[in-house]
Write a protein that binds this ligand. Structure first.
Ligand code: ADP
Ligand code: MG
Length: 295
């Protein structure tokens, strides 16, 4: 590829809302044949809303919102924002947690008003030998069957509630995935969220069920990319979160959502400025065309 052609490709990228780190990036883009898509914030808007609260028997909804909301207020995760905003809407204010820690891919834990609180996936509770009672398990299963993410709330060693949050598929995602497929790429959905929710989203955007990889911990996302590469695939990865940074770096081509975190943008080779997944297809087509015309 001549430097001039590559510069032209880079300039055209900017017009399409694609920032390219260096002209050499176009070269790796050309060979890509699989595209791994993070779910939350990439295929979906990432703007989640708190839709329902199911407290266990004898637990006040207000206590659930205050303790879970206070803890989640300290996290930047899309699920956390939904919980904190929902709690703030209803309570007006939230106490500050006395202690707080993120547990990547699982949730948050900390101390609020003297109570040791956990908010997150069932696995977060499992790890501390806190079981979901039957009534909460049913609420969780009902939520997930309708494509919502269920979040468990526990304090002082007992499960107290299940919260339901959901976000929407971006309007442009189904078209984007169709375009990627038309370029001969296999789209793969990768998420830390549960299987049921992941499959509901995949169905909505046109990703085959056998190409859904769910319940993947943040530190294992890069492993999924590596495994595909070991199978001989040349892999593009599209992501937005801190959680996606290692996978973006591991991929043959890392595409970061411009609407995402700095960590993702730094790890990527390309930035899709507007956070529109269709630009991923534009980028790949542009690279093929730029390099194709000069070979
Ligand atoms: P994704 O891969 O879709 O971007 P993450 O790996 O960030 O998702 O999170 C995976 C799952 O872990 C979420 O769907 C949620 O169930 C749970 N989770 C993560 N962080 C939190 C949090 N702060 N509060 C509650 N649940 C959380
Ligand atoms: Mg994400």
């Amino acid at each position: 590829a001549t430097p001039t052609a590559l510069m032209v490709g880079t300039g055209r990228g900017a017009q399409l809302g694609i920032l390219i780190k260096g002209p050499e990036v176009l070269e790796s883009t050309r060979r890509v044949d699989a595209v791994v898509l993070d779910k939350t914030g990439t295929v979906t808007t990432g703007r989640m809303t708190l839709l329902a609260v199911t407290p266990a028997a004898g637990v006040a909804e207000e206590d659930v919102l205050r303790l879970a909301g206070a803890l989640e207020h300290a996290s930047e995760h899309p699920v956390a924002r939904a919980v904190a905003d929902g709690a703030l809407d209803r309570l007006g204010s939230l106490p500050a947690p006395e202690d707080f820690a993120n547990v990547p891919g699982l949730g948050v834990r900390g101390v609020v008003g003297g109570h040791a609180v956990l908010v997150g996936r069932e696995r977060l509770l499992d790890a501390r030998a806190v079981a979901l009672p039957q009534e909460l398990r049913r609420a969780k299963e009902r939520a997930e069957a309708s494509g919502r993410t269920a979040v468990a709330v526990a304090w002082d060693g007992a499960a107290r509630a299940v919260l339901e949050v959901a976000d929407a598929v971006k309007e442009t995602s189904p078209e984007a995935i169709q375009r990627l497929r038309a370029l001969g790429l296999t789209p793969i959905l990768l998420t830390g969220d549960n299987e049921t929710v992941a499959h509901a989203v995949a169905r909505e955007v046109g990703i085959a069920p056998e190409h859904v990889v769910a319940e993947v911990l943040p530190q294992d996302k890069a492993e999924v990319v590596k495994r595909l590469q070991a199978e001989g695939r040349s892999v593009a990865m599209v992501g937005d979160g801190v959680n996606d940074a290692a996978a973006l770096a591991q991929a043959d081509l890392g595409l970061a959502m411009g609407t995402g975190t700095d960590a993702a943008i730094e790890a990527g080779d390309l930035t899709l400025v507007r956070g529109d997944l269709r630009a991923a297809a534009d980028a790949i087509r542009l690279a093929r065309r730029t390099l194709g015309t000069i070979r």
